[in-house]
Design a protein. Structure first.
Lengths: 111, 115
């Protein structure tokens, strides 16, 4: 079993749709959690950190459920520019340390 | 502020040859990481430097891989001799040591092809 598992995707949605990505992690000692976005043949870029209380940044909402070891990302009112691969990333430490990546879920938003 | 830079962007070599990848982190970032994405697989951690010291090298696949960060600035990752399975994209990332500001910034990657 992989340490970080994501919805296999791909997700193909029309503009304006709401889409949710799910991620589970196996290491219960994990301390910090992130969603990264990766465009085709580009480097990953941080989209948002994920906190137990949940956090929202515009159209994006991230949730963490430590008891279930589950992380989610909700995108509302999808834009064409949201098309990318979304990576769930988990770190064992609060500070630094290696990141463990999921395979990524690819989203394509169509007109 | 300049981002993380990597050189070269692409490298095509033959099996058995040596290749050295370079990463220049963001100035002032003491943490430096190497990751690799093999085709069809997830991005995987290779190793982590704090300044010039190797903090964690648990992800290094074997002794054909050697990473250095002399002086605690730029880092090199040498593969010698390269094998076919070493093909992939090698990413470097850097971050502050600051507890409150530990976002990892990734470089554009080096795409390595071993023929």
């Amino acid at each position: 079993r992989k340490e970080v598992e994501q919805d296999p995707g791909p997700f193909n949605v029309p503009e304006g749709a709401t889409v949710a990505f799910n991620c589970t992690y196996s290491n219960s000692a994990s301390q910090s959690f992130f969603w990264y976005r990766q465009d085709c043949r580009k480097e990953p870029k941080l989209l948002m950190s994920v906190y137990s209380s949940g956090n929202e940044d515009g159209r994006f909402t991230a949730q963490l459920n430590r008891a279930s070891q589950y992380i989610s990302l909700l995108i509302r009112d999808s834009k064409l520019s949201d098309s990318a691969t979304y990576l769930c990333v988990v770190n064992p430490n609060t500070n630094a340390g290696k990141s463990t990546f999921g395979d990524g879920t690819t989203l394509t938003v169509k007109p | 502020e300049a981002g993380v830079t990597q050189f070269p962007s692409h490298s095509v070599i033959e099996k058995g040859q040596t290749v050295t990848l370079r990463c220049d982190p963001i100035s002032g970032h003491d943490n430096l990481y190497w990751y690799r994405r093999v085709m069809g697989k997830e991005i995987k951690f290779l190793l982590h430097f704090v300044k010039e010291s190797k903090q964690d090298e648990s992800g290094m696949p074997n002794n054909r891989f050697l990473a250095e960060r002399t002086g605690g600035t730029y880092s090199t990752l040498k593969v010698q001799p390269a094998e076919l399975e070493d093909s992939g994209v090698y990413f470097c990332a850097s971050s502050h040591l600051n507890l409150l500001d530990n976002e990892q910034f990734f470089g554009p990657g080096t795409r390595l092809t071993v023929l």
